[in-house]
Write a protein that binds this ligand. Sequence first.
Ligand SMILES: *Cc1c(COP(=O)(O)O)cnc(C)c1O
Length: 355
Amino acid sequence: MRLDQGPTASFKDFAARMMSRLMQYYLSVNNQHLTILTATSGDTGSAVANAFYGLKNINAIILFPAGEVTLMQRKQMTTLQNNISVIAIDGKFDDCQRLVKTAFLDPALSDIPLTSANSINIGRLLPQSIYYFYAYSKLASNLEEAIFSVPSGNFGNLMGGLIAKKIGLPVQKFIISTNENNEVPEYLRTGNYEPVNPSKNSISSAMNVGHPSNLARIVALYKGTMDETGHISKIPDILKMREDLFAVSVTDEETKNTIENVYRKYGILLEPHGAVAWEGTKKYSGLDNNTKPGKPLCISLETAHPAKFPEEIRQILNFEPPLPISMDGLEEKPENYFSMDNNYKLLKDFILKNY
Ligand SMILES: *Cc1c(COP(=O)(O)O)cnc(C)c1O
């Protein structure tokens, strides 16, 4: 399931666009105004920037770590302008996130209607349940049960799938495919949850998450309680979780081999996140005692376009990935963004002055 055909070539386009338009609708009905303030390590920022671009009643401020996003990711945010302000912070992603959190809690900004657009917002989850139905409707016959492999970081995408299953989509199993940040596969295996801290740097960089923000929701779906730090105060039905979910960790080495093998064997070009999902399906089908008899319908999710990861593709396959229409000509477009030290006072003054 290629979810990489949207305006920023990321599956995050689906949810960001639907949420932004829902927000605009309700704001205009109530004659209100809103400012989105969000931190990004790459893909979220470009999807959010594009989703809110040009909308009435809404401005967006996006913070990114100056040295940690790719040129194309930066250009997808900084070439828009209009109601989108982009700030390069001289720091890391965690610094950007800290600045955003401080702003939300600052009483001096309480008159400014600020909101985030991050992946725990239910408005990001609901739209993500729809493409599970769509893929199923295209591929299934006889209402068979499907298997979905979901490349996961903060588990928003998987949460969309779980909502689809709750609504009634016949799903036999969700394969949770993670990179070397293996806290969830370990949790399902042992029953003990231990965040990976600090998170590991894998080539599937959008999934470098050591403590997924939607995990508490998944635990709650199985009748448990987990707090924000990952502490479990009520144990979920882990047997039922294992029945519905198969979680697996994929190394960078395996990811690269998958990109190479899938291209050579099928002519399908994957990027690192989609390759993690693909490898997840292989690891699952290797355990034949887990699958029900017959040939299961298995759907692997590709969450970004390979052109967003040209260095990896070049290194593994020795050619330049073709650009999707949405990224064509992007490199030549003029950029406009602010640069800021990692200092909260500067961000606060910026917001007070401009919003
Ligand atoms: C954000 C992202 C993911 C992880 O999605 P979650 O909903 O956080 O699990 C996977 N692949 C790509 C390309 C992403 O941008």
